[in-house]
Design a protein around this ligand. Structure first.
Ligand code: TRP
Length: 463
């Protein structure tokens, strides 16, 4: 005698696409992609990245959405529904929920830095400071304990406020506002960049295939990033897919999501690199590119630079917010779907636990907490969580999702599922998708795991 509340659904296809693109577009696009492009010499790396999105990212994205839509459940429930209560496949669901906790807890700390830089821009903090002084700000922030906890809690409150209002009134509504705004302002910034002296050099760097210093490990880095940037491997896209009506066009939506994500990553490069080249800075500055290099340049530009800086960091906060929302939704929807909690209680409890989980990461730089941990593992909390999530949890989750849909799911159901709601996909599309899922994606992901955990050194093997 089960009484069931009807599952909430997206208000429209655009709402779903924007929410999923909101999950995908995040620190990965604005912070990480430009600096790994810089480190790998631009050009060819970007081309290879595009292939990785197309051949590995999009197939797994479609697989996640299919599993979600077909089961109408978040990860744990989805695998119970499709594979059976007794099967071990539900462990992938639990891995996803755990990944949500782990990733959001440190992602929120990075988003907190962006909040801090937003406020520093408002108060003209960089103006009149020497490059060394500006570069040193980041170190001071990183090693300060309390202020990191403060911004971490502000960011978590923002994420919780969106998730608590539900799929349509919270997640969809906010993404409908934040995403168009983010894309529009980025386009405006990119147009401004065209007038800078360094634009040609930047365009050449990003788009021209140079005989670059790209190593085989750079290819794996592009592959791993294709994965992270599309929010794959922990059931975030699966969960968003579970709020789709059965008659929605999955291939079309996936292409739009992947397209938007790639567009923003390339835009981010074409906003940042022209500025960097114009002012003679190093495109290979690494992780410090947005928090150290750019503020130096914003300082050099003067008054208008502070405004630019403010806009830029606000965009980063928006991007991080819509990604953080998808991370929390995976955890929250587990309690709603499987434990039948109501949304308000689930969001507050899971958001609260993620906040507590994040405190050690927020204190990582200050060394205030658990110095023994650092001593034992050679990494602080922040780095340990990032390492575990990016190198083990997400790739393993993605690998098993590809294997499940490629090898275990009943082929007839799978075919009916991906083709339902689409009128334009041909048989070759379906066949290609299955081959990519069965062979290419698992092999690729396996290589990433082996390389990242140091079991193989692909540069020594191929190079
Ligand atoms: N895709 C986001 C980015 O590029 C990060 C992210 C959000 C994510 N949700 C995720 C990564 C789920 C993996 C899984 O910053």
């Amino acid at each position: 005698m089960e009484t069931k509340i009807a599952r909430e659904h997206w208000g429209s296809r655009l709402g779903f696409v924007l929410a999923a693109a909101g999950s995908a577009v995040g620190l990965g696009n604005i912070w990480k992609f430009p600096y790994i492009t810089g480190e790998n010499g631009g050009g060819i790396f970007v081309l290879i990245y595009l292939f990785c999105i197309l051949l590995v990212g999009l197939p797994i994205l479609m697989a996640e959405i299919v599993v979600g839509r077909s089961s109408q459940k978040s990860p744990v429930g989805a695998f119970i529904e499709l594979a059976g209560e007794e099967s071990n496949w539900k462990l992938i669901g639990f891995l996803g929920v755990l990944s949500g906790f782990v990733i959001l807890s440190y992602y929120s700390v990075v988003a907190g830095w962006a909040l801090n830089y937003t406020f520093m821009s408002l108060t003209n903090f960089f103006e009149g400071k020497t490059p060394d002084e500006i570069g040193a700000i980041f170190g001071e922030l990183y090693t300060a304990g309390g202020i990191n906890i403060f911004w971490h809690s502000i960011f978590m409150v923002m994420v919780i406020s969106v998730v608590i209002s539900g799929v349509k009134k919270g997640i969809e509504k906010w993404n409908r506002i934040l995403m168009p705004f983010l894309i529009l302002i980025f386009i405006v910034l990119a147009v401004f960049s065209i007038f800078l002296d360094g634009w040609k050099e930047a365009a050449d760097f990003v788009f021209m295939p140079h005989a670059s210093k790209l190593k085989p490990s750079g290819v794996l880095e592009a592959l791993g990033h294709a994965f992270f940037t599309l929010s794959l491997g922990m059931g975030a896209m699966l969960t968003y897919g579970s709020y789709l009506e059965q008659e929605s066009d999955i291939p079309k939506s996936s292409l739009m999501i992947g397209g938007l994500d790639t567009f923003v990553a390339l835009l981010a490069c074409m906003v940042m690199f022209p500025i960097i080249f114009t002012y003679g800075h190093d495109p290979q500055a690494g992780p410090g590119l947005i928090f150290q290099t750019l503020p130096i340049i914003f300082g050099e530009i003067g008054g208008g630079g502070m405004f630019l800086s403010f806009i830029f960091f606000v965009l980063i906060v928006f991007a991080a917010l819509s990604s953080g929302v998808s991370l929390l939704e995976v955890v929250t929807s587990y309690l709603i779907d499987e434990k039948e909690w109501d949304r308000v209680k689930s969001t507050l409890v899971t958001g609260g636990i993620v906040f507590i989980f994040g405190v050690p990461s927020a204190l990582s730089g200050s060394g205030a907490l658990f110095p023994q941990w650092e001593h034992m593992y050679g990494k602080n909390f922040f780095d340990t969580f990032d390492y575990l999530a990016s190198n083990w949890m997400l790739p393993l989750g993605g690998l098993f999702i590809a294997l499940y849909v490629g090898w275990v799911m009943d082929p007839a159901t799978r075919k009916a599922d991906i083709q339902r709601g689409t009128s334009w996909t041909q048989n070759w599309f379906y066949k290609g998708w299955v081959i990519l899922l069965k062979y290419i994606a698992p092999i690729a992901v396996m290589l990433i795991i082996l390389q990242r955990v140091g079991l193989i050194d692909i540069d020594a093997i191929i190079g």
